[in-house]
Write a protein that binds this ligand. Sequence first.
Ligand code: ASP
Length: 408
Amino acid sequence: MRLSNKILIGLVLGVIAGLVLGAENVGFAKKWIAPIGTLFINLIKMIIVPLVLSSLVVGAASLGDIRKVGRIGGKTIVFYLMTTAVAVAIGIILSVVLNPGSGLSIPVNAAIKAKAAPSIMQVIIGVVPTNPFQAMLQGNMLQIIVFALFVGIGITMVGERAKPVADFFDGFAEVTYKIVGFIMELAPYGVFALILPVVAANGPKVLIPLAKVIFAVYLGCVLHVAITYGGILSVIGRVKLFDFLRGIFPAQMIAFSTCSSSGTLPVTMKCAQENLGVSKEVSSFVLPLGATINMDGTALYQGVCALFVAQVYGIDLSVGQMLMIVLTGTLASIGTAGVPGAGFIMLTMVLQSVGLPLEGSALIAGIDRVLDMARTTVNITGDAVASIFIQHTEDKYADQEKSKAVSA
Ligand code: ASP
């Protein structure tokens, strides 16, 4: 049986078992089932830092020349920013149309205090690690990425003398991919154990009061995938949306159940290379970068939630304020780590930017996990679309260079 089928079965069985166990058996689920999920997550976490470091060093170094790094890097970042901004806008529009906050009066749980989010400037400054080893110890992905890019570019510029370093990272990356293969064999059990306690604790009932927000976020995610990604893919014309979704499905399952783009990265890379026709060269550059800075689902969620908070507190937002949400939502999603719940913390930064009450985010807290599942799935789907786009433009570029060489 294919691994993706096994993972799906694990997920479905986990949901059913969670519903059967119900809230009264949450203690049992937390004590005996949840640790298996934690073990699986730990295995994945174990490999993230080595994987991102080695694959990005190899990715940047294998681009061959510094102009290529600049070209691919530039395209990737512009693509990421634009799709993310579209995602926030979709979130805002849906919230305006569906008006999830209307007629809703939920007592704010004072116990859940919003954590302070870093300011935009802090996010920008924090990108450069003062100590790369500390960044690795703390698992600060953005800083690791910056360091890895420097190392990769350095290898390229040094040339021959840096070959042992390049070979080391190359071999090291292969070893991490192999380890990922082992870990993935355990995914069906991991997914089962992760989803079960969430369903048992929340049950179907608890979700009803905030069902509209959930509906808005999920609908937004579907629209973003169908319209934005579907549109981009049909313009590129390499893969049909349906085939694309089939190819990326295993990664989506992992994203949905782990709520972590970084954790899903190994699988996203595997799917892109094996099912979507993206080269190792492009995927090992575009995807680790995307797992850390490209979060369309998170941005969309921030759009929906900011408007929802405004509606609940009866605050009318101007168009200017909505544009501000698009801007900060985009930046916040870049600064969001690819780990569960990170987007929720960054939501406070968005609320703050337009003067919305931060306590509003407490309303979201209870359902955040359910929203996280959808947004993380969209996050990694967007990365995969970007990898196809970059592959396509690079292939075209190579063709042009070839025909130039022929005619010269
Ligand atoms: N969990 C999301 C991710 O890893 C980030 C977020 O919380 O929005 O992609």
